[in-house]
Design a binder for this molecule. Sequence first.
Ligand SMILES: Cc1cc2nc3c(=O)[nH]c(=O)nc-3n(C[C@H](O)[C@H](O)[C@H](O)COP(=O)(O)O)c2cc1C
Length: 304
Amino acid sequence: MKKVLVIYYSQSGQQLSILQSLIKPLITLGHQIHIERIEPVEKYPFPWSAYTFFNAFPETFNQKPLALKRLSEKAFEPYDLVIVGYQPWFLTPSRPISAFLQSDDAKRILKDKPVVTILGCRNMWLGAQEKVKQKLLDVQARLIGHIALADRSGNITSLITILRWMLTGNKEAFLFFPAAGVAHQDIEHASKFGECIGDALQTGDFDSLQSKLNQNGAIEVKPSLILLEKRGQKGFAFWSKFISSGGALHSTGRKIRVYAFLYVLLPAIFVLSPLLWVMSSILRLAKQKQLLEEVNYYRQNSLR
Ligand SMILES: Cc1cc2nc3c(=O)[nH]c(=O)nc-3n(C[C@H](O)[C@H](O)[C@H](O)COP(=O)(O)O)c2cc1C
């Protein structure tokens, strides 16, 4: 019997459902699981107002730490494996998760530990996971597996449905749009990944875990989204500096810049995503090898 710590953050409960499905086989195998929720001292609202949502961007993107509630004593017991459940916010790990990963608690909990990361997102998680890889290296943890669950709708469709969900709390299908978020079947399927983790815990073979997870569909990478994310990371680096230099958190200068960001970002995604889809289709033909290398890079756990 092994001891597994599951540490996570979730606003709507989606991430918790994913984790509950993931750990089902581990519970059946008799492993001892402790689930620990990360909670900021000052809670983020859910649903969000449009302004609070976009106002959270600069500090999230710059991975500025924030105060978290104390973890329970149980979180500091010795574990054989730690599972970190998170979600990307603005192409970056959500701020509560990035605050945790930078904390002294993370050093105590994660140092020298094998870690599996699992995320539930709209569809843009590549850069966030790169930042998580770096933070795990900083605390000397060993990333042995990663699982990415995304909304399978098209980029524009999921943008509309997830924004509606985040801003109203309503994730159900409407008009001709599907329900927002990770599909129920994909959440159920997470238990397959739990079986792979169970095997790895039993045999002690963590080295082949990622390839087994991948065989079960743990990481699917769309080439068009690699390009969109790269553009996004560059654009966000500019906009986060621009908004931060607008003044204090509630100043008028900052407010104006946050609204400017909102009104530029959304049309930019609508214009850029079909454009980059066409570009990636051309690139896929012209630079097949390079793009394939990129896809393969994001399906493994080292950091370049
Ligand atoms: C402020 C904010 C920013 C987000 N940015 C992204 C993003 O960059 N990429 C993405 O795929 N999903 C993004 N999402 C969606 C989340 O990753 C996640 O799927 C959603 O918030 C539900 O997670 P939870 O309820 O378990 O916390 C964002 C959500 C929020 C609230």
